[in-house]
Design a binder for this molecule. Structure first.
Ligand SMILES: CC(C)(COP(=O)(O)OP(=O)(O)OC[C@H]1O[C@@H](n2cnc3c(N)ncnc32)[C@H](O)[C@@H]1OP(=O)(O)O)[C@@H](O)C(=O)NCCC(=O)NCCS
Length: 196
């Protein structure tokens, strides 16, 4: 079933567990706050996330988990086996146009986890909700994240200045969008066969 307009309750991830080849994406709970703090407190992570302070404590992680349930966010904790390796989220601040965000623990960079989890969240968004497009962004100094977005089919739309809490300042961000038609085409590409 595809939903016209995601309500507050339906944007939450409580009813959804997404499985990929190596990863499980599920709603985070209070039992996960130390793992979340462990991932996000590393400055190499926090300086690339708009709304995250540095230093980042277990109390910040508790506030994040508690507020995720009542906010305009769809948040998934990403696990590889039983280990929490990252977070993926959709922000619904702009009604009908979710913004994709993600972060992964430094020890888990370079294994393709961000791409695998982002694709699962993108499929979830387009399959569950009647949205035409999604957006995302990455600091211009963050080529790994730009690469993840490009591998997921996002197209570059321009550069904007955004404030980053951990930096205490604004910094340029490459902005991207993914149209439903592009997502659909990528999903179906593997089904088409070359005839000659
Ligand atoms: C950005 C981030 C999510 C990437 O996670 P990851 O699991 O390492 O990503 P993946 O392995 O799926 O893909 C990264 C890609 O970028 C490439 N890459 C990594 N560093 C790069 C660099 N300096 N320049 C160009 N490409 C780079 C990798 O080679 C890989 O591409 P490939 O699969 O074609 O080889 C992770 O570094 C992170 O959490 N950073 C901090 C938070 C953050 O930046 N979040 C995104 C905010 S928009």
């Amino acid at each position: 079933m595809i939903l016209e307009c995601p309500t507050q309750t339906l944007r939450e991830t409580s009813g959804f567990v997404l499985e990929t080849r190596r990863l499980t994406l599920r709603q985070p709970g209070l039992a996960d706050i130390e793992a979340i703090a462990g991932i996000v407190s590393d400055k190499r992570v926090s300086i690339n996330l708009r709304r995250v302070p540095h230093p980042y404590s277990v109390d910040d992680a508790r506030d994040f988990v508690n507020s995720a349930a009542g906010s305009a966010e769809t948040v998934f904790l990403v696990e590889n086996g039983s280990e929490a390796v990252g977070l993926v989220g959709l922000s619904w601040e702009t009604e009908g146009v979710p913004e994709l965000g993600y972060c992964f623990g430094v020890d888990h960079w370079g294994k393709g986890f961000a791409t695998e989890a982002a694709r699962a969240a993108i499929d979830f968004a387009f399959e569950e909700f009647a949205i035409d497009r999604m957006t995302s962004g990455a600091r211009v100094l963050n080529p790994a994240s730009r690469h993840v977005l490009e591998k997921c089919g996002f197209n570059w739309t321009g550069v904007e200045l955004h404030r980053f809490l951990a930096l205490g300042s604004s910094t340029p961000v490459d902005c991207f969008k993914l149209e439903r038609s592009v997502w659909s085409s990528i999903r179906n590409w593997s089904n088409s066969t070359r005839s000659a």
